[in-house]
Design a protein. Sequence first.
Length: 196
Amino acid sequence: MPITISIMILIMVTSVIGFINPIIKINLMLHPFSIYHHKQFYRLFTADLVHNDPVHLIINEAVIFFACGSLETYLHQHSASGSFLYLFIYLVSMLGGSVAIAIRHYKDFDYSSSGASGSAIGVMFGYMILQPHVIAFYLPVIGGIENIYGPFCFIIGFIIYQLRTKNPMMNNELHFYSAVSGAGITMLLFHGQLLN
């Protein structure tokens, strides 16, 4: 899981710097108005690296470790270029969500977003497609949850978290676009394997 661990370290360091200096966080967040009107395209990449608060960061780091790490391990076991393929799926998931949001909200100055949950959800959907019947995680009383249901459980969890905390920064629209991007690129890359 070398790529996953590297991504986690980069996110942790950048987010902590953003907590210490909020101006840095603001300058790295996904802000479609600035991307379009000020040509700050770097934000399409940097929004994944900063988080709203420590809870947001810890949740995303855990999801990246377990879900993204599982996909990287699986791909590495099945291909010499597995880690590269994993990184490609991660980046397409990230950019798919960020670009779609930038296009939809380029006129909205008040719209901004941050965090790696979109990328993680995109990777989860990719892993779900490749390994639908692997146990993704265990829940008390219910038991093992197959990978085919895992991403949907996380999305429901994100929605419940948003409703309870009234967090306006939670970006379920980005989660959707990233999920579609992650699933789409996985099907494109592995269509031969999926058809067999």
